[in-house]
Design a protein around this ligand. Structure first.
Ligand SMILES: NC(=O)C1=CN([C@@H]2O[C@H](COP(=O)(O)OP(=O)(O)OC[C@H]3O[C@@H](n4cnc5c(N)ncnc54)[C@H](OP(=O)(O)O)[C@@H]3O)[C@@H](O)[C@H]2O)C=CC1
Ligand SMILES: CC(=O)C(=O)O
Ligand SMILES: [Mg+2]
Length: 576
């Protein structure tokens, strides 16, 4: 048997090839040791700062290395939250949170879990967008794993440099479509780092099992190429064969090193690669595209919940999207799939209720030949229309969804038109970060005279209109991917199936209560997200078992309890 074939299953003994290594082959010199003293204080996974007890200070050579006082984890949390609230510049809060993650991981997660509503906009959208734009300037210590064109032929070895071996979830980007901010090259690393911190805080996947990766194939962003602080390769993006060979080597190395059951989440790739990578690797790997599939699952959940407010079934509504890329067509596909399953109508007929506008106008039959493949199913018979307003006036949608990446495109005229023929227009402005949102919450409520059922990708504060407080929901894939990933991990699923996405949508929609509806919310608040994630995980895992895709047997009877029991909690451990 060739050595390549022996490696193929992953997770086999001698996974690092030490036994077989010849003199020319380089291997990683692994060493495992007990951290103590000065090293322990600088090991973020084990450091507890002033929370080390007297006995621990004695046993671990910490005497003199810490001031005499003690602080509980709660007191440490109180202090850091107090300090955090002194910063008025969001980016300073982001830097403080990253410093904490690098210093004391458990405290970082305790803060994030206990203060999720307040800190989510710091470690995630919108602030993470600014952090990526300025990543080179604020760069202190490397986070995650960087794989660049320079590593071609050696990606397996690069993966072995990562100190953890039991990886369950990888989030990988090539930095070409970071939120709605475009190509940020290697500085996109903030996104996988942020997404994985949510996998842990919101979904309970252990931090040591999470691996953020940025694949650097260059950037076409001239500002970054000319920025002396840029941290990536200074060259134009590799494309075509060169790009695909690197990605193929990466995906192969992932399976060789971590086996069949590591979940690889593609994040913020440009659509000219994202759809093809998903189609190619979903056959052979456990992969998930968050922008296409995760977003779809969350938005479908929001729509299922919104039906309770606006009435009717999914099939009774007409949908119009501004933006026909990953998010737009991904959501449209899942809506059509759910509609088709519930009405037993062919999916092509269901698609006729869904319309999309791209940068050239309404997607119609006469444009079909020139359309990218993912837009073609949406090319219906209609006169060509150039603008969103014309499309709104002609199609008269009940639901308007923004996935264009372009801010303030839901103008007053557009929202007023929606409000003129809908008693309760459903308006989702999903583009991130906040500056790219198709409209603000205030715009949506004011221009619809308080009648809009509104949600946005990045958070907005509640808005008072005509004496009533409207609380906008956050329609962001962060509701689903952490619980979805947990469900995949706990069931040992070997592939992602669309029915697992539908299961996640239904699980999320079920969490919206009358109390939430009364405030105008169609998503539950993030404060209860770990319970929500456990329920999503349970439904996703149940579907994986039902489809025969789960490998962790026997199936636990109570999957919610099982999911909860698997979740990481950040309270300090006592050291012997
Ligand atoms: N809330 C959430 O959870 C999520 C939000 N998003 C956000 O959605 C946005 C889009 O992401 P994604 O779908 O991946 O991006 P894509 O690049 O794949 O798609 C963008 C689409 O918008 C269209 N578009 C661009 N400018 C205009 C314009 N002025 N008028 C009309 N259409 C326009 C593009 O048209 P054309 O094809 O002609 O170029 C394209 O169809 C981003 O801001 C992202 O942050 C994404 C994922 C999740
Ligand atoms: C939320 C997200 O994944 C995006 O904006 O790309
Ligand atoms: Mg994304």
């Amino acid at each position: 048997m060739s050595s390549e074939m022996e490696m193929a299953g992953g997770g086999v003994e001698d996974a690092y090839g030490e036994d077989r290594a010849t003199e020319e082959q380089l291997v990683t010199p692994w060493s495992f040791s007990v951290a103590s003293g000065y090293t322990l204080l600088r090991d973020p996974r084990h450091n507890k700062g002033l929370a080390f007890s007297e006995a621990e200070r004695d046993a671990h050579y910490l005497r003199g290395l810490l001031p005499p006082a003690h602080a509980s984890q709660e007191l440490q949390e109180k202090k850091i939250m107090h300090n955090m609230r002194q910063y008025t510049v969001p980016l300073h809060r982001y830097i403080a949170m990253m410093d904490l993650q690098e210093r004391n991981e458990r405290l970082f997660y305790k803060l994030l879990i206990d203060n999720v509503q307040e800190l989510l906009p710091v470690v995630y959208t919108p602030t993470v967008g600014e952090a990526c734009q300025k990543y080179g300037s604020i760069y202190r210590r490397p986070q995650g794993l960087y794989i660049s064109l320079k590593d071609k032929g050696k990606i397996l070895e690069v993966l072995k440099n990562w100190p953890e071996r039991s990886i369950q979830v990888i989030v990988v980007t090539d930095g070409e479509r970071i939120l709605g901010l475009g190509d940020l090259g290697c500085q996109g690393m903030g996104i996988p780092v942020g997404k994985l911190s949510l996998y842990t805080a919101l979904g309970g996947v252990r931090p040591s099992a999470c691996l953020p990766i940025t694949i650097d194939v260059g950037t076409n962003n001239e500002t970054l190429l000319n920025d002396e602080f840029y941290i990536g390769l200074r060259q134009k993006r590799a494309t075509g064969q060169e790009y695909h060979e690197l990605l193929e080597e990466f995906m192969t190395a992932v399976k060789q090193n971590y086996g069949e059951k590591v979940l690889t989440q593609f994040e913020d790739f440009a659509n000219h690669n994202a759809f093809d990578l998903l189609a190619k690797y979903s056959k052979s790997h456990l992969v998930f595209n968050d922008d296409i599939q995760g977003t779809a699952s969350v938005v479908l959940a929001g729509l299922l919940a919104a039906l309770k407010v606006v009435g009717g079934t999914l099939a009774d509504h007409t949908y119009l999207f501004l933006g026909a890329g990953e998010a737009g067509t991904g959501i449209a596909d899942l809506i059509a799939l759910e509609m088709s399953k519930h009405t037993e109508t062919p999916i092509d007929d269901c698609r006729k209720k869904i319309w999309l506008v791209d940068s050239k106008g309404l997607i119609v039959e006469s444009r079909k030949e020139s359309l990218q493949h993912f837009k073609q199913p949406w090319a219906h018979e209609h006169d060509p229309l150039k603008t969103l307003l014309e499309a709104v006036e002609s199609i008269k949608p009940t639901v308007l969804i923004g996935t264009s990446g372009v801010g303030r495109t839901f103008t007053k005229e557009v929202v007023e038109a929606m409000a003129s023929f809908n008693e309760k227009p459903v308006i989702f402005a999903l583009s991130n970060p906040t500056s790219h949102s198709e409209c603000t919450a205030e715009d949506a409520y004011t221009w619809s005279q308080g009648r809009a059922v509104f949600a946005s990708g990045s958070p907005f504060d509640p808005v008072e209109y005509d004496g009533k407080l409207h609380v906008p929901g956050q329609s962001n894939n962060a509701y689903v991917f952490p619980g979805f990933g947990l469900g995949v991990v706990i069931s040992g699923a070997i592939r992602v199936h669309d029915d697992m996405l539908l299961a996640a949508s239904e699980a999320l929609a079920e969490q919206v209560t009358d109390e939430h509806f009364a405030k105008g919310l169609i998503f539950p608040p993030f404060t209860n997200i770990r319970t929500i994630s456990a329920r999503i995980a349970a439904k996703v895992a149940a579907k994986a078992y039902e489809l025969g895709l789960a490998s962790r047997l026997p199936r636990p009877d109570d999957l919610v309890k099982y999911a909860q029991s698997c979740m990481y909690t950040p309270t300090y451990r006592s050291y012997r």
